[in-house]
Design a protein around this ligand. Structure first.
Ligand SMILES: C[S@@+](CC[C@H](N)C(=O)[O-])C[C@H]1O[C@@H](n2cnc3c(N)ncnc32)[C@H](O)[C@@H]1O
Length: 263
């Protein structure tokens, strides 16, 4: 996995980028909203129980997945986490649908003290920001009860393939294709279902495309400064290579999985 990691993930820049995008994220992140719905539905289709005693969701952001989970499942206790402390406001935004025992803890999930004996660990569109995914997966699995459930989504190597081809540094550190996940999960975790299906968004200009990236916070690892000249050169190169009838495509490459710890 080494070749896909930038020399150093500037987590404060990732946090800053998502914090700045927090207000606009919920309405702009249509792909992530769909992914959250699909992930919760996949968990249900795989036979997860209607009720969980103890649930952890990390990288909750504005709560796309939280809402989808609470629509389908009951959680006696719910621990939410995000790198951005301001994401704590998700608890109010849940409008009384959160269980009485719901709490939020900010900070990187890699070092967050975790509750023991979790029944479900869930996370949508976040694991791509974790440089040592195998390390995190082992820690998460150790905190699951036997028979506990894991529902995750990240992105595959085709994520933002247009930007990567044009030399952008916007890539997150851990884009993983579906066939790479079995080697990342520790022994004792069985993948019940995994899917990878690209989604292509279309933009009328480079400006709109970059605005979308900024509003969703997903370019946390890229430079923010764009001179007029740089923007023009970027747009020309994008159109020359990927333009279709005046439209600029942007590929998302979601990977969704549901796994279970051996009982
Ligand atoms: C693309 S958003 C996804 C938000 C939400 N799960 C959804 O599906 O809409 C990614 C989130 O992961 C958070 N994040 C990034 N790195 C993280 C880390 N190391 N620990 C916890 N959260 C992290 C970001 O702050 C951001 O809110």
């Amino acid at each position: 996995m080494k070749d896909m990691q930038p020399p150093h993930l500037d987590q404060s820049r990732v946090r800053q980028s998502f914090r700045r995008g927090l207000e606009s994220y919920h309405g702009s992140a249509s792909v992530q909203a769909d992914i959250a719905g699909q992930l919760a539905a996949m968990l249900q289709q795989q036979g997860a129980p209607r009720r969980f005693a103890s649930v952890l969701e990390f990288g909750c952001g504005t709560g796309h997945l939280t809402r989808q989970l609470l629509q389908r499942f009951q959680a006696d206790s719910l621990s939410l986490n995000d790198l951005v402390p301001e994401a704590a406001q998700v608890l109010q935004a849940l409008d009384g649908t959160a269980p009485a025992q719901a709490r939020f803890a900010g900070g990187p999930i890699e070092i967050l003290p975790l509750p023991q004996e979790l029944d479900l660990i869930a996370s949508a569109s976040t694991v791509q920001w974790i440089p040592d995914l195998a390390g995190l997966a082992a820690r998460l699995a150790a905190h699951l009860k036997p028979g506990g459930w894991l529902a995750l989504s990240g992105f595959g190597r085709g994520q933002f393939r247009e930007l990567a081809a044009l030399g952008s540094a916007a890539a997150a550190p851990s884009y993983l294709d579906a066939d790479e996940w079995p080697a990342v999960l520790p022994h004792g975790m069985e993948i019940l279902q995994i899917t990878q299906r690209p989604v292509v968004l279309e933009f009328s200009s480079a400006m709109h495309l970059l605005k979308h990236l900024r509003q969703t916070g997903v370019n946390g690892h890229a430079q923010q400064n764009w001179s007029r000249r740089r923007l023009r050169e970027f747009e020309e190169a994008y159109r020359a290579r990927f333009g279709r009838n005046g439209i600029l495509p942007l590929t998302y490459d979601p990977v969704l999985l549901v796994a279970r710890k051996a009982a």
